[in-house]
Design a protein around this ligand. Structure first.
Ligand SMILES: NC(=O)c1ccc[n+]([C@@H]2O[C@H](COP(=O)([O-])OP(=O)(O)OC[C@H]3O[C@@H](n4cnc5c(N)ncnc54)[C@H](O)[C@@H]3O)[C@@H](O)[C@H]2O)c1
Length: 346
C-alpha cells in the first residue's frame, strides 16, 4: 500500500520509520505547507506541491494526516473524497462537529478512517487487555488510568496548548490517549462526570489537569486523570480490576503486572514483565524506537482493515469520535456540575 504523509513534522518522521518497517507499506509522497520540511522528510519519495496534487495522484492509496488537529477534518475529508483511505493522528479533530463530518464521510464513501491511538499497541497495554478479554482477572469491575507530563516545557509549538487548534488542554493532548485506553478496556460509556483545573499554567481556555469518572450500562466504572503538572516527567499507567485479580500497564519504562487469585481473597499468583529488550533499545535509541514499533503494528492493522481482514486493536473513527465526545463531556460536566450522557448511537 502506498502511503502519503500530509504534514512533515515530528510525528510524521516516526510515521516514515513505521512505513519503512511495515511489510507491504511504501512511502508514496509527502506534502507540507512548509515545502522545505516536506523535501527533507521525503528523501527519495515525491514531494507534492499542493494537497490537491497529492490526493488526486493515482500513485497514492492512503493518506496519513500528521498536521495540527484543527486541520485534520479538512485534509481527511479531501483525501476520502478523492478515494483514499485515511489514518489521522490523535486527537481526531478539535471539535465533535468536525469528528462527525469525518465519520459520516468515511461511512458515505466507504473509506477506511482510523485514529492514531498507538498507545493501544504498547506491549504492556496489550498484556493488560488480554488479561481482561481472556477472563484471567474475572469479571471486570473498574478501570483506572493516569497520563501526565511536565506541561509547557514539553511543547515546542504554541498551537499545542491553543484551545482553537487543539480543542482543549491536557484532556485533548496526552489525556486523549488515556480516554481512549480506558474506553477501549471498559467498553461503551454511558455517563461522564468530570472536573478540570487550570490554575497551574493559567492558559487561555485550556485545562492543565482533567479528571473523569465514567460509567457503563454493564456497571463497569472508569476513572482517569490527564495532567500537565507531572513534575516527575512523562509517565502513564492503566489498571483493570476484576473479581479474580488485576492487571497494570506502566510506561516509562514499559512494565506490566498481572495478579490473579484462585478465588476472591484467595492465594495470589503474580506475573511481571519488564520488556527488557524494548527498554534497552530505548536507552540506546530513545523513546522513538518504541513509538515506531507501535506505529508499525498499527500500520499493519490499517492495511489489513483496508483489505477487509481482521485488524487487531486499531482505533476506528467511531473510537476517535467517542474519545472527543468524552473529553467534551468532561468540560460540560465541569461547567454544569452534572453527569453528561453519551449519545446512544453515532
Ligand atoms: N500518537 C502520538 O502519540 C502523537 C505524538 C505527537 C503528535 N501527535 C499528533 O500529531 C499531529 C502533529 O503533531 P507534530 O508533533 O508532528 O507537530 P509538528 O508541529 O512537529 O508538525 C506539524 C506539521 O504539519 C504542517 N502543517 C500544518 N498545517 C498544515 C496543512 N494544512 N497542510 C499540510 N501541512 C501542514 C506543519 O508545517 C508541520 O510541519 C497532531 O495532531 C498531534 O497531536 C500524536
Amino acid at each position: 500500500m502506498r502511503f502519503a504523509l500530509v504534514g512533515a513534522g515530528a510525528i510524521a518522521a516516526l510515521r516514515k520509520g513505521a512505513i519503512e518497517a511495515a511489510p507491504g507499506a511504501q512511502l508514496g509522497g509527502v506534502f507540507d505547507i512548509d515545502a522545505s520540511k516536506a523535501v527533507v522528510l521525503a528523501g527519495d519519495a515525491p514531494v507534492f506541491a499542493t494537497l490537491a496534487a497529492l490526493t488526486s495522484s493515482p500513485a497514492i492509496d492512503a493518506v496519513i494526516v500528521s498536521t495540527p488537529p484543527d486541520t485534520h477534518a479538512e485534509i481527511a475529508v479531501a483525501a476520502m473524497n478523492a478515494g483514499k483511505h485515511v489514518l489521522v493522528e490523535k486527537p481526531m479533530a478539535n471539535s465533535l462537529a468536525s469528528c462527525r463530518t469525518m465519520l459520516e464521510t468515511s461511512r458515505e464513501l466507504n473509506r477506511v478512517l482510523t485514529v492514531g491511538f498507538n498507545h493501544r499497541y504498547f506491549p504492556a497495554v496489550k498484556a493488560l487487555r488480554h488479561a481482561v478479554t481472556s477472563g484471567e482477572i474475572g469479571k471486570l469491575s473498574y478501570v483506572r488510568g493516569f497520563a501526565g507530563h511536565t506541561g509547557l516545557s514539553e511543547f515546542k509549538s504554541a498551537w499545542m496548548y491553543s484551545k482553537d487548534v487543539m480543542g482543549g488542554g491536557a484532556l485533548f493532548d496526552n489525556g486523549i490517549h488515556m480516554i481512549d485506553l480506558v474506553h477501549h478496556i471498559m467498553g461503551p460509556v454511558d455517563k461522564v462526570y468530570g472536573k478540570t483545573v487550570d490554575d497551574i499554567w493559567a492558559l487561555d481556555r485550556v485545562e492543565d489537569n482533567g479528571f473523569a469518572l465514567l460509567s457503563s450500562e454493564s456497571g463497569v466504572v472508569g476513572s482517569l486523570h490527564a495532567s500537565w503538572s507531572e513534575w516527575k516527567g512523562y509517565h502513564f499507567y492503566l489498571e483493570a480490576y476484576g473479581s479474580m485479580g488485576m492487571a497494570r500497564a506502566y510506561y516509562a519504562p514499559m512494565q506490566s503486572t498481572i495478579i490473579t487469585m484462585e478465588k476472591p481473597g484467595g492465594r495470589t499468583k503474580r506475573k511481571t514483565n519488564y520488556y527488557l529488550p524494548l527498554i534497552i533499545e530505548e536507552k540506546l535509541r530513545g523513546w522513538q524506537s518504541t513509538a515506531v514499533r507501535t506505529l508499525c503494528e498499527e500500520l499493519v492493522d490499517f492495511m489489513n482493515l483496508c483489505e477487509g481482514k481482521p485488524a487487531g486493536c486499531i482505533a476506528t473513527a467511531e473510537d476517535g469520535f467517542r474519545s472527543i465526545e468524552i473529553a467534551q463531556a468532561v468540560y460540560e460536566s465541569n461547567a454544569s456540575d452534572n453527569a453528561v450522557s453519551m449519545m446512544r448511537d453515532i
